[in-house]
Structures are given as C-alpha cells and as structure tokens.
Design a protein around this ligand. Structure first.
Ligand code: M6R
Length: 359
C-alpha cells in the first residue's frame, strides 16, 4: 500500500534510511561485527576471483561492489552484465566465486548464467530481495536484502540495499582474511552515517523538485559524469532518468567526454557532475568547465568536504567507499520529479516490466 504517496517510487526512495538501519540490525552484531555464516565466508575465502553478475540497476550495484570487494578483501573482482556473460563467458580463474545480484531473483538473463555456473560445479551466492525466488533456490547461498517489496518498476531501495550488503559482506570477508583495511572499516558507523545522510537528502526533496523542473523538463538529453565510483553512479543515474522520464541520458567517465561525446553538448544541455572522491574531484570539475565552455548547463552533486560555493547538491560526508549510497539519492529524486512533472506514470513506464523473465 502506498499510503499517502502518489507513487510507490517516492515511498521507496523515502524508505532507504530504514533499509540501511534494518540491514545493520540483521547483519551486524551489537558490537558492529558482521554476522555472516562461516560456511559462506569459507567458500568465498577460497576464491581467487569474484564474479558479480546482474542486469540493469543490479549490474550497477555490482560495479560499486567491485570497489568494495577489491578495497576490503584484495580479491580481484569482475562485474558482468548477465545477458552478455551467458553467451560470451569470460575466461574463468582457477577458483571463481559467483555473486548474483537480483532484486526480484527472477531475471531470466541472470538465471541463464546461474544454470551454467551450476553445471560447472561452482559455488554461488544470490543477493536478492525475494525469499525463495528462482535465483535464491538455485544458488548455493542466499543473502536477503530485507528492503520490503519494491513495486515501482524503477529500482531504488534495492540498489542501495545491495550496495550496503556488499559492504557488510566485503567487511566480513576482509576481516576473515585479516585485511587491515577491512578491520579499520567501521561498517556499522558508516551505515549509521548513511542512514542519517539519506534522510537529510530526502528531507530536501522540494529543492530537488525545483531543480528538476528548471533543468530537465524540456531537455531532450542529459549527461551524468564522474570518475571511479562516481562514474558507476552516473550510469545508474542516467538509467533512472531514461526509464521513467524518457530523457535520453548517458552516464559517462568524465575523462572520456572529450574523446568524442562532447560534440553532443549544445546550449543548455544539462551535464551533472558527481564528485565524491578527493583524488579526482578537481579533474571532474575541469571536465565540467569544458562542457560549460560549450554551452552546457552544469549541475553538481558533491560531498560536503569537497564542496565549493555554488555547488547545487551537497552530500553529508561518509567514507569514500560508501558515497554511492548518498550520491544516487538526488539522482533518483531528479528522475522521479522529472517524470512526475511531465505527467507520466512514474511507477509504470512504457515498454517495461518489473521483472524481466525473458532472455
Ligand atoms: O530484479 P533484478 O534486480 O534482477 O532486475 C534487474 C533489472 O531488470 C532492473 O534493475 C531494471 O534495470 C530496473 N527497471 C531499473 O530501474
């Protein structure tokens, strides 16, 4: 039931602080230590490489997972689009471990990969929101997202739940392997900061609605740019805008724009920079300037510690590994309000189904 909300999507965006808190309750002890079964951790410990598989938004959550697993566990991690992996299987390492990300647990493209993985005799984990779903039943292990039903076709709370759970799992695996970075990573504290941070952002939704109305209602196209995990989030931000507001949007590595795509920038084209990583903040800012010199209408989503006067949306500070959990929220709201103010059916965009059960 969507209660007083006009659409499920907004309700689901608003639920994200609670989803973060619930994951901490379910998967962390009172002292903040991950509670993950030894069996699963032992299987993962033996792996020399992690393969994350997903589609759409779940694939995008996997991209952020790569950063988490590699930083906290030092295990090389590859992320694959399931429809590609199924028929163009990469060369596998000696001891692969597979993680399937799927909100519904029913995505046919991902299931096709899991069938192959099982035929090869490999172990796997499905991270899903739906208990007893196909991908959950057929994988060796399951971790549930506990995000509550996600009804809107555009996935929001499943994305942040997947990333938060990947962070908990990476912390657990890194600690089981005595990795100092993992020992120092206080995932409970971080999830607390994230929950309060998301709350602060959703409390500012009126401001984001004004921004969406001013910049996205009449544009045929838009660009999100960033580097590293900010680039990962830019892909998710663009997908959200495309699927519910029908604005042609691209997410881009900010350094790549000047290698061709900058030719598309015209007077007024919105270019949104996501800036949460200290090492590359200056670079993305100069890439934004380059587009501005060609007439782009630039907007910024920036972590507080990196913010400058004139930035549009400022995100409360969290560990640089966790910033996607915050930076994605304004982009969800931008997509929502653009769709809403265009008078579209936010929850049921054209041509799309909530779970895609055909290949
Ligand atoms: O249920 P899944 O997570 O496996 O679904 C994967 C994609 O179909 C899904 O994320 C889709 O891209 C959403 N509509 C994005 O908002």
């Amino acid at each position: 039931d969507k209660g007083t909300y006009p659409f499920y999507m907004l309700k689901e965006i608003d639920e994200q602080p609670n989803v973060m808190r619930r994951l901490a309750q379910v998967y962390l002890s009172e002292t903040g230590e991950p509670v993950i079964s030894d069996k699963l951790l032992n299987s993962m410990k033996q792996a020399d490489r992690i393969y994350i598989v997903g589609a759409g938004t779940s694939y995008h959550a996997g991209l952020v997972g790569k950063r988490l697993f590699e930083s906290l566990t030092q295990t090389p991690t590859e992320v694959h689009v399931s429809s590609e992996f199924a028929y163009e299987e990469p060369i596998l390492s000696k001891k692969p471990f597979f993680i399937f990300l799927s909100q519904s647990g029913e995505t046919a493209d991902s299931r096709e990969v899991l069938v192959n993985v099982n035929a090869g005799g490999y172990e796997s984990l499905t991270i899903t929101n739906v208990q007893n779903s196909t991908l959950s039943r057929e994988a060796t292990y399951t971790l549930l997202l506990h995000a509550g039903p996600e009804i809107a076709v555009a996935s929001t709370k499943a994305y942040t739940a997947q990333i938060a759970l990947e962070a908990i799992l990476a912390k657990a695996l890194g600690e089981a392997d005595n990795q100092i970075v993992a020992q120092r990573f206080d995932v409970r504290h971080q999830l607390g900061l994230v929950a309060t941070g998301i709350q602060a952002l959703v409390d500012e939704k009126n401001k984001i609605e004004e921004l969406a109305k001013a910049s996205f209602l009449n544009t045929p196209n838009a660009f999100y740019i960033g580097r590293g995990v900010d680039q990962n989030v830019s892909l998710e931000a663009a997908l959200k805008l495309k699927e519910i507001s029908y604005v042609q949007a691209e997410g881009f590595a900010s350094g790549e724009l000047k290698h061709g795509t900058i030719a598309l920038i015209e007077k007024g084209t919105p270019v949104i920079g996501i800036i949460t990583q200290e090492k590359t903040a200056g670079l993305t800012r100069s890439n934004l300037q380059e587009t501005m010199a060609r007439g782009a209408h630039i907007l910024t989503i920036v972590s507080e510690s990196l913010a400058k006067p004139g930035d549009d949306i400022v995100l409360p500070d969290v560990d640089e590994l966790m910033t996607p959990l915050l930076s994605v929220v304004p982009t969800q709201l931008i997509a929502y309000y653009t769709s809403l103010n265009k008078g579209l059916d936010v929850d049921k965009p054209r041509n799309l189904a909530k779970s895609v059960t055909v290949e």
